[in-house]
Design a protein around this ligand. Structure first.
Ligand code: ADE
Length: 221
């Protein structure tokens, strides 16, 4: 089975535990289908204050993260992988609101192509631009809005790529993606009463006629 390991570089390592400890991702980690390793760039600083950032050259608001601790973290990750894999199977991603818009198609491609994915979560005004150049990292945005850091985007990628990795989703859930996905889904009871009003499941959904149900889903997509 092709396992995918994510290496997340973040100054907030604790931000990941609760999500990864729950549900489908936790099960996938337990089964050994995916793995998530966290690295704090502060551990790669050399000064006694473990300083991670500084003012931007040319002025402007906020702070910029130093290149060196991040590059050192990536180097350690790559060294640890040297014996096991080919460099073409490692992908380096850096998050930025100006990056390329992430899509499900990219999630599918990454899940098939890479065994190790390094995710660099930036903060403040960003990361020294030389990191992207040196690592030939791909800059990715998860949507047209600005976040305070790269931790949520990193989790979004871990989630969306992992669900494309064979064995992470159950057979039924995986098949579901190939079929017509309905906008509306229903479960029991057939008639739901709320504040005196009755809400019914559309009759066709109860018909047992799969052809009609598929047609209805297509119409209501
Ligand atoms: N950092 C700040 N905003 C972001 C976004 N929308 N996507 C990825 N990284 C970001």
């Amino acid at each position: 089975m092709a396992k995918v390991t994510y290496h997340i570089i973040t100054i907030f390592p604790e931000a990941f535990g609760s999500y990864l400890g729950e549900s489908i991702l936790a099960r996938a980690i337990e089964k050994g289908i995916i793995d998530v390793k966290i690295y704090n760039p502060r551990d790669f600083t050399t000064d006694k204050h473990r300083k991670m950032d500084d003012r931007p050259y040319g002025g402007g608001p906020g702070m910029v993260m130093y290149a060196e601790p991040i590059l050192k973290a990536v180097e350690q990750i790559k060294n640890s992988l040297k014996s096991e894999i080919r460099p073409t199977q490692v992908k380096v991603i850096l998050f930025s609101a100006q990056g390329k818009q992430f899509t499900n198609e990219m999630a599918r491609k990454f899940s098939k192509k890479y065994k190790n994915i390094i995710l660099i979560a930036g903060h403040y005004e960003g990361i020294d631009a030389r990191v992207t150049k040196i690592l030939k990292a791909e800059e990715i945005s998860i949507g047209p809005y600005v976040l305070t850091g790269g931790e949520l985007p990193a989790m979004v990628l871990v989630d969306s790529i992992s669900r494309q990795v064979t064995g992470v989703l159950g057979k039924h859930e995986s098949l579901e993606e190939e079929r017509v996905a309905a906008k509306e889904v229903y479960t029991r009871p057939e008639v739901f009463e709320f504040k005196g009003k009755k809400y019914r499941v559309p009759k066709v959904m109860l018909s047992g006629n799969h052809k009609l149900i598929e047609e209805y889903k297509l119409k209501n997509k």
